[in-house]
Structures are given as C-alpha cells and as structure tokens.
Design a protein. Sequence first.
Length: 434
Amino acid sequence: MKQHPLKTTSLGIQHVLAMYAGAVIVPLIIGGALGLSSKQLAYLVSLDILTSGIATLLQVWQNRYFGIGLPIVLGCTFTAVGPIIAIGGQYGLSAIYGSILVSGIIVMLIATFFGKMIRFFPPVVTGSVVTIIGTTLIPVAMNNVAGGQGSLDFGSITNITLAFGTLLFIIILYRIFKGFIRAISILLGLMAGTSVAFFMGKVNFSSVGEASWFHMVTPFHFATPSFELAPIITMTLVAMVSLVESSGVYFALSDITGRKLTEKDLVRGYRSEGLASVIGAVFNSFPYTTYSQNVGLVQFSGVKDKKVIYTTAGILILLGFVPKIAALTTIIPTSVLGGAMVAMFGMVIASGIKMLSKVDFSSQENLLIIACSVGVGLGVTTVPNLFAQLPDSIKILTSSGIVAGSFTAIFLNIVFNVSKPLKQSQPSQGLKVS
C-alpha cells in the first residue's frame, strides 16, 4: 500500500524517537568514562547516530550477501558498554577500535555457522527470548517514568504525572482513532508530553543552542585501530552475545510480519551486524545490534513497511551531519519517554506471549523451558549483582538478563527437545515443537 511521503516521514521520526535515548546514552556513558571533552562527546554522539543509520540501512536493504530485509532499527549494543570502558582504561582508544574491527570481521566469517542454528530456535525458544527481552526492559521504562536513575527529582509527582499522562494520551489516541493517527500515537504522545513539560519548566533547550549546524565525519577521528589479543577476544564474545539477542528480535519481527525466516536470511542478518561493527570501528564508533523498542513500535503501530525504516535510516544519517537538529530530540523529558516506553516494551512482551501460543503446552518439558528461561532472565535483571564474583570474561554472559535467559532457553530446548529423537527409536512428533 502506497503511503504519502509526509506519513512515511512521521512514522520514521517515531522510530527515531523510540531508539534515540538508548542510542545517545551509550556514547555519553563511554565518552564520560574515558574522559572525553564536551566537544568530543558531542562529536561522538553525532557519529553514533550517523553509524546507527548506516547500520540500519545495511540490515533493511536485502541483497545476496547482506540484510535480513525486516523492519529493523539498529543502535549501539548496551552489552558492549562495560567491556569498551574496561578496554579503554587498560589499553587505550586504539585497542577499542581494533577489537571492534576484528570482532566485526569474525562475525561476518562465522555468520554461516550461526545461520545453521535456526533449528535451535523453535517457538518455545523464540517466544521465551522475546518475552524475556520485554520483561527485562520494563525496569528501564519504569526508571524513566520516575525521572531516570540518579535524577534529583526521582519519583516526584511531576515525573509520575508526565509519564502516565503521556501513556494515557497514547491509549486514548489508540482507542479513538484508526489508521495513520493510531500508527503515530507514540510520536503524538511524546510531542504532547513534551509540550506539557515545557509549561512545567521541565524542558531544557541549552543542548540545542550549543550544538553546531553542520560537521564533517572523518575516519579514525579519535584513534587508528591497534590490535591486542585480550580486547579482541572480549569484543568477539560481546558480538556473539549480541547475535543471540538479535536472533530473538529477528524471530519476533518474523512473527509480526508473517514472513518465515530461512537459514540464508539469518546469515545475511548476522553478516550485516558484523559489517556494521566494522564500519563503526572505521569511524571510531561502536558495535551495533537490533533495538527491541522498535520491535514493540512495529507491533503497536501495525506498520510493517520497510520504506518507513529506510526513512528512519535516512533521518539518522542526516542527524549525524547536523548536530543542532539531533539535539532537538534530546529535549524530551525522561519521564515523558518513560511513559511511551511502558507501551512499547509491553508490546514486546505481548509479542513473546503470542509466539508462545504456538507451543505445545501439554508438554511439561516446554513449560519448564519457559519457566526457567524467563525466571533466570527476570532474576538477573532484578538482582544484577548475582554473578558479581565471577570472572569478567564470564560476567559478559551473565550480567544481562536477556543473554542469561536466552542461553537458558536454548540450552534447555537442546536438552529436552533437540536431543530427544536421539534417545528414542520412534520419537513422538507431538512433543517436537517446530
């Protein structure tokens, strides 16, 4: 169905706003920890937004070698924040970019192997993983509802009112309207919430005034890559973890769009993520992965057209060259964004439950897979120091509830379902979930 350019642009802006906070906070955290100046931080943020647009474009544009061709938006992976700061503190900036570069190349090389793992992702696994993704993101949304962790007015009546007022406005729009207005209800909710916040004195335009109108992006701006074994191993492990997270997102969008994924689709998707990391290293940015909040937005809006994501990618690339326009998106109060996140992340959970509806619930093994994987994922999220005493190399796999829960689901599915035909001469097809 052909859409008016203005409608497509509005839907693209909505996707940008959905992922922008997560995309911006990563370079701010890393840049601050590594001691970059305010000018360098501004450049790093713009660079990250630019490469997020390029990475998204690579993933949506499907060709023979790259691109899964689903309505996916990419941004810097949160899994990489801790390792990047640790590498930078011990080895310097050059080792960060060298390790990201090599890990991206490794991902492209092993993409075919990872693609063969599609048999390990039946609905009981993909549904569990997507549910875990949604449930582990809810605490992020609720912290934002309260004003953001560390804020002086955390949990204030003003923040709570703005957040739930924004959410209520979105729900009202969704209830009253159909079609285009319903599709951009998140965008309209953010605009309305920010407008109210302005009259309450909660909107700060200083970042817009300080930002420049245009800057050029140059390769190796901060450092030329250098190569150290330990950082390369660390970032490769981070990349493997990101592929597991991305697999859940791929299958969630596959279910939403009604398109069955093949092994070749997965391989192209993994290759694109590897190539995005290589580009990130060249431009001194970060490794990139799929953003779950945008999956919730696709489900919420009901718009699955890839043209919208192409528009999103174009907007991100434009923002990367025009910092002043990019700064406009940062004026949205955290509590307003939190209100919208409750709806978007909740939609991710709903997508996971919908995928689990295809599972044979008469099988106690399947129930145990779901119970343990969601339990571990949610447990690690609510008790983040659970594995604090483990070595750093292992903590990469256990510090994220999404990763810990996903590996639990994959492992238990292998134990109960994949290995079952090997132990039975006449395997029961009723217990095999496909």
